[in-house]
Design a protein around this ligand. Sequence first.
Ligand SMILES: Cc1cc2nc3c(=O)[nH]c(=O)nc-3n(C[C@H](O)[C@H](O)[C@H](O)COP(=O)(O)OP(=O)(O)OC[C@H]3O[C@@H](n4cnc5c(N)ncnc54)[C@H](O)[C@@H]3O)c2cc1C
Length: 295
Amino acid sequence: MSLPPPEIRGELLLHEPMARHTSLKVGGPADIFAIPEDSDDLQSLVRQLSSAGLPWMVVGKGYNLLVKDGGIRGAVISLERFARIEARGAGRIMAEAGAENLDVVRFGQRHGLGGIGFISGIPGTIGGAARMNAGAYGEGILERAVCLTLLRGSGIRELCISEVDYGYRRLSLEPGDILLAVLLQLVECDPALTEEEISKDLELRRSKHNVGFPSAGSFFKNPPGQVAWKLIDAAGMRGAQIGGAQVSLRHSNFLVNSGGATAADFLQLAEKVKSAVLLNSGTSLEEEVRVVGED
Ligand SMILES: Cc1cc2nc3c(=O)[nH]c(=O)nc-3n(C[C@H](O)[C@H](O)[C@H](O)COP(=O)(O)OP(=O)(O)OC[C@H]3O[C@@H](n4cnc5c(N)ncnc54)[C@H](O)[C@@H]3O)c2cc1C
């Protein structure tokens, strides 16, 4: 990149290895890794990137992200300094995109509000959760959303959830959209009940999701009416390995970094798993993990 880097009040890193920002611990460098200070700083950054013709994307905590080995051209923006959570009355809370899921659940609990306990153990930010419509036990976070605040082009927009197209682990946005905050509708709930829900979820995850190696959780979506890990097991792929990437022996929909994996290892392993499942059961698996960057 020969242009001078953008100027921001927050923090700006050049050639930042994305392996440091993803739970799979792989990924080449982002040309620019920017941590804006606040909304004005973010808008100024986006204006500068836009006039320099540089693309951008947002990263939450990188728990659902596979960055290719060639890294990311343009800018990766982290909203880690946007983490305010506020009560808005009538059971509603506003969470900025960088707030962590468990902190949002705990905030509701302190206000006698619940109904989002299912995100307690999903690692990551509420921005990442909304972008993925993350969920568990048949629920998705966008079912609890009233509206989304986003930076679209040069302006901040509020979209009612009825104006948004979303579904199982997906939300349609325009390229370059940056989710700034989510307004959630919670329900009155005894804090002790929320505590029980949190403990149960965290315990379940400690036993089921503790696969002993870095992962991004479920690598593939469950096809309609089917369960991805069962299809992968039936195709004999549990434990399959390419380089340092392995289908976990403990949970066959988790692809793990068993040591020294590259993004290319993960991509090849994912193709191998998809082909085996297609051959064995006739079902096409689709990645839940977002694959970004260049080879
Ligand atoms: C052990 C483990 C268990 C998991 N269990 C679950 C589970 O039960 N259910 C589930 O749904 N997921 C699960 N996941 C996956 C992951 O935790 C979720 O997808 C989570 O919501 C990702 O949040 P994040 O902040 O890390 O987002 P990232 O991984 O950083 O980003 C995910 C996507 O959202 C985009 N994005 C992030 N923030 C913004 C923003 N502010 N504006 C616009 N785009 C944005 C990114 O560009 C990327 O495309 C699990 C992962 C792990 C490692």
